[in-house]
Design a protein around this ligand. Structure first.
Ligand SMILES: NC(=O)c1ccc[n+]([C@@H]2O[C@H](COP(=O)([O-])OP(=O)(O)OC[C@H]3O[C@@H](n4cnc5c(N)ncnc54)[C@H](O)[C@@H]3O)[C@@H](O)[C@H]2O)c1
Length: 425
């Protein structure tokens, strides 16, 4: 195996599990992050993100003697870039971290090295942006070093399993680069490894998330239409999905996270004249928090002064990631309506920094409120027994904006019930 020592740049949700997995499979790994606190924390055994199983994986990797953390890269056989690629407020790709990471590799790049970009990136980033930066080393991409793009497609909450089992796509700037990528990832990947060119691999990742975004937008728009026509969207979707070639997703409070709410904009920015569907789906999903708050106002009256406890802030169930979370946007919109908000996010109790009361326990959240608002279908919330909740709260109204509760059960326990896609009250 050519790649005995590698450097992983960016130690977040993707980079840290990647670095650890390589290390526990015998590769010597230098984990690099520009955030000194993260590096120092990891050096002292503190893990800054939550992902099931990650704590023991990091411990195993460190104990194996194959993993160490530092703020800058050094000379290695291969570099993997897993830094953030967010969007700007204008919905443009912010590639500053990718560019900075590539720049930081330049002084250490050697003939025969392999560089892999894992960060989700707009089409042509590997060839048009990363390659020219790396070539400042005086080495030529393809001739002197190998360069590939390999998107990460793991599901938060299942990252450690999927990083090994998923099919992996590796797009090289040329065939030797793709094959080199395959050799490196074969260290631990058990799924198929598909080789293609770099721009195709970039497109694959963006197409996957855009496809999901459009399907979610369809479900959300169906929920709006169902509301207009007095139809229960959940029942209608369930029946429609009995058609052998239909699989409509579920409506929800919006789309968040680092990927699906961001990546389609890369396509819209790159080719606005030919991506109207992608653009509209983004707008539908981005409009969903506003729709949720309007629905509450329509059904429950003015929210001014109403005591609302918001259950969940993460962008999806059973994770601690609050990035781009529609739940947070809903809380902020409710604050603008002058509601008195208590927030409870069990996976990150101190994660909300706005003008709401954040509490550490469900008991504290429920104790003194009028409306319970379910924003994230964490198991802790979907498993609640409404009769028990009745004893824990002064609330008389239960609102479900993510499809985690059943109307019948909550009404049977004496609550008024409001649900996205199945409104009434
Ligand atoms: N989180 C996911 O589930 C997921 C899934 C698939 C793809 N991705 C993509 O993977 C990439 C990384 O995402 P993430 O969720 O791991 O991000 P993250 O924010 O959790 O972690 C990124 C880390 O990179 C560090 N960093 C920034 N600039 C750096 C630099 N120049 N050098 C070294 N470190 C630097 C940051 O300090 C941070 O710790 C993004 O492009 C994202 O879209 C993420």
């Amino acid at each position: 195996m050519k790649y005995q020592k590698i450097c992983v740049l960016g130690l977040g949700y993707i980079g840290l599990p990647t670095a650890c997995t390589f290390a526990t499979h015998g590769i010597e790994v230098i984990g690099v992050d520009i955030n000194a606190e993260i590096v120092q924390g990891l050096q002292n055994g503190h893990i800054h993100i939550f992902e099931p199983g990650l704590r023991s994986l990091v411990q195993n990797a460190i104990q194996s003697g194959k993993l160490r953390f530092q703020p800058t890269p050094e000379k290695v056989d291969a570099f993997i870039i897993a830094v953030p690629t967010p969007i700007t407020p204008e919905k443009k790709a912010d590639l500053a971290a990718v560019k900075a990471a590539a720049e930081s590799i330049v002084p250490h790049l050697q003939r025969g090295n392999l560089v892999i970009l894992e960060s989700t990136s707009p089409p042509r980033t590997t060839c048009d942006i990363v390659a020219p930066i790396l070539e400042k080393s005086g080495l030529k991409a393809g001739d002197d070093f190998l360069l590939a793009y390999s998107p990460e497609r793991v599901l938060p909450g299942k990252i450690l399993e999927e990083i090994i089992q998923n099919t992996r796509v590796i797009g090289g700037i040329d065939k030797p680069s793709a094959s080199a990528g395959k050799e490196l990832y074969s260290t631990f990947v058990k799924g198929d490894i598909l080789l293609t060119n770099a721009t195709t691999a970039e497109m694959v990742k963006l197409m996957e998330n855009t496809y999901r975004d459009i399907n979610i937008a369809t479900a959300n728009e169906f929920a709006h239409l169902a509301d207009r026509f007095g139809v229960n969207a959940w029942e209608a979707i369930e029946i429609a999905n009995r058609h052998p070639r239909v699989n409509i997703l579920k409506p929800g409070p919006g789309v968040g996270g680092h990927c699906i709410s961001v990546d389609p904009w890369f396509l819209v920015e790159a080719a606005p004249d030919i991506s109207p569907l992608v653009h509209t789906a983004r707008e539908v999903n981005d409009g969903q928090p506003g729709y949720v708050v309007d629905l509450m106002k329509r059904k429950l009256g003015a929210l001014d002064g109403k005591k609302i406890c918001a259950l969940g802030l993460a962008y999806k169930a059973d994770i601690d990631d609050l990035r781009e979370s529609p739940a947070i946007e809903i809380v902020e919109l409710l604050l603008k309506e002058k509601a008195a908000i208590t927030v409870f996010e069990p996976f990150k109790p101190d994660g909300f920094h706005g003008n709401a009361r954040a509490v550490d326990t469900l008991e504290d959240a429920l104790q003194d409120c009028e409306i319970m608002l379910l924003l994230v279908a964490h198991h802790q919330f979907t498993g609640l027994d409404p009769h028990n909740v009745r004893q824990m709260t002064t609330a008389t109204v239960a609102v479900d904006m993510c499809g985690g509760w059943q109307r019948q059960a909550w009404e049977a326990a004496g609550f008024q019930f409001l649900k996205l896609g199945q409104p009434s009250i």
